[in-house]
Design a protein around this ligand. Structure first.
Ligand SMILES: CC(C)(COP(=O)(O)OP(=O)(O)OC[C@H]1O[C@@H](n2cnc3c(N)ncnc32)[C@H](O)[C@@H]1OP(=O)(O)O)[C@@H](O)C(=O)NCCC(=O)NCCS
Length: 201
């Protein structure tokens, strides 16, 4: 499947794309470290295994986002593909230099047209951390509805001491600590085909 939008092209991910993604500058906020794949994989020397396991998993699909001129700027993928109802769970990430230019909205509008159109899915789920206000705003603009919120384990408390910094005060209500573990509040969201596609006449 190839999707084109005014500025972008989306095509099936190829192994070499990961080498370009590895060269992107990392997201500086430690809370955003999860967006630094495949940097994390390179550190473990497992980029090949990552690509092989993802591309051979029948319940996943991964695409690369490029500009019209061929620059790799991000990835979009679905996992947990289910037959009935035909559904999956979205993942998207742009390289840090490509955020804040409207590429996320543009690519998802094209992707959702294909997902609910030719690919014939009927539901798309996603989970988003409530600290990630840019992603949250985008999903709301696209029509995703919040189903629930839940506490997602972030990791050992000792590794997240940076969260004591006052700059995290605005999102403190979304952070919970136990003695050993820190949790972040996430929203589970969904978009259904009939909410995206124009009504049939
Ligand atoms: C979340 C993510 C996909 C959103 O993509 P994005 O391109 O940064 O976001 P948008 O398409 O919403 O555009 C963002 C801003 O660009 C601005 N913009 C600049 N030029 C624009 C243009 N030509 N057209 C449209 N918007 C433009 C918009 O006004 C918008 O501003 P706002 O967020 O203050 O309202 C991207 O930031 C990302 O990959 N982040 C890291 C990974 C991540 O968070 N993944 C999601 C996990 S659930």
């Amino acid at each position: 499947m190839i999707i084109t939008t005014p500025r972008l092209v989306v095509r099936t991910m190829q192994r070499e794309d990961l080498d370009t993604m590895v060269a992107w500058p990392p997201y500086p906020d430690p809370l955003d470290a999860i967006f630094n794949w495949p940097h994390m994989l390179r550190e473990n020397g497992t980029t090949d295994i990552f690509f092989l396991t993802r591309s051979s998993d029948a319940r996943r699909r991964e695409w690369t986002i490029l500009t019209n001129s061929g620059t790799v700027i991000g990835h979009v993928g679905i996992r947990d593909i289910q037959p009935r109802p035909h559904s999956s769970r979205l993942g998207i990430g742009l390289g840090l230099p490509y955020t804040g230019q409207g590429y996320g909205e543009e690519v998802l509008r094209g992707f959702l047209d294909a997902y609910f159109g030719p690919l014939r899915f009927s539901r798309l789920y996603l989970d988003v951390s409530l600290h990630n206000t840019r992603a949250l705003r985008l999903y709301q603009r696209l029509g995703f509805r919040e189903l629930s919120t839940f506490w997602n384990e972030l990791g050992p408390a000792g590794e997240h001491a940076y969260l004591d910094d006052p700059r995290y005060d605005p999102i403190r209500e979304h952070i919970r600590w136990s003695a050993a573990t820190v949790y972040m509040r996430y929203a589970a969201m969904v978009l259904q085909a009939e909410e995206w596609l124009p009504p049939q006449s």
